[in-house]
Design a protein around this ligand. Structure first.
Ligand code: UDP
Length: 239
């Protein structure tokens, strides 16, 4: 897992936003993986995900507080969280400013539609080239459609690791585009789900809020986050 930490983006959100803006301006292709402990744990057991995390063309940012803390424990100077939801908001804002184009893939039909409405209202200069929900049978075919439209921004909301695997599989066919697997972000952007209150975010407890709201996540949380902490502690000891 150390090799994933080695590749982790370590600067502030402000600096990261500048990179997003610049790449959007220059049509520089980019694939952002927003990592939480689960991402790294999956990587340790899944060859395909591991390959994605180790690919020099892939940017890994610390989405979860667990990744930031884990990195710090291991001596990496990772400044702060770079949450996927913030990246999504930045891309909408900047895409609107630069009059770029976007394609959405993922989430339920209702969430996808509400997100489209939100973008049309609040980001009218960001042109939506297509939007398809995440429950279609043939996602490769969905991606073929995306390819035909050559968008500047592609947000894929299928959850980890499905979204990352899908993007990675097709990435080489694109010449430009900022690709991000945004997990549950469209649920929030559409107004369907609420993000944790600011105080939770500030205290690094957004995960706790999510667990309290969606207790079915507890098993997943244990399997990834708790085991992750033990793994990091073990790595620290053996350093
Ligand atoms: N989703 C989807 N198709 C699927 C499974 C999930 O489009 O087959 C969507 C789901 O509706 C939600 C997002 O993927 O909008 C995953 O959200 P979650 O909060 O679980 O993501 P994560 O915790 O991985 O960030």
């Amino acid at each position: 897992m150390k090799k994933y930490f080695d590749r982790l983006y370590s600067d502030s959100y402000q600096e990261f936003e500048k990179i997003l803006k610049k790449n959007l301006e220059k049509n520089q292709k980019m694939f952002v993986v927003t990592a939480n402990p689960e991402t790294f744990m999956i990587g340790a057991n899944d060859q395909e995900v591991s390959q994605i995390l180790l690919d020099a063309e892939v940017t890994i940012v610390p989405d979860g507080i667990g990744i930031v803390k884990g990195a710090n424990m291991l001596g990496y100077k990772v400044k702060e969280r770079i949450p996927g939801i913030e990246i999504a908001w930045s891309l909408l804002k900047e895409g609107n400013k630069q009059q770029k184009t976007i394609y959405l893939l993922g989430a339920s039909e209702e969430v996808k539609e509400k997100t489209v409405e939100k973008i049309k209202t609040d980001y009218p200069n960001l042109k939506i080239l297509g939007a398809v929900n995440g429950y279609g049978k043939d996602k490769d075919k969905d991606f073929e459609e995306i390819k035909k439209t050559n968008p500047d921004i592609v947000l894929v909301a299928l959850g980890i690791p499905a979204q990352e695997k899908l993007i990675y599989k097709h990435l080489n066919d694109f010449e430009k585009g900022i690709f991000v697997g945004v997990g549950g972000s469209l649920d929030v952007i559409s107004g369907t789900k609420k993000r944790a209150p600011k105080i939770f975010q500030k205290l690094g407890l957004e995960w706790l809020y999510r667990l309290a709201k969606e207790p079915k996540r507890i098993k997943r949380f244990y399997n990834s986050n708790v085991k992750f902490i033990f793994k990091v502690k073990k790595m620290k000891k053996s350093k």
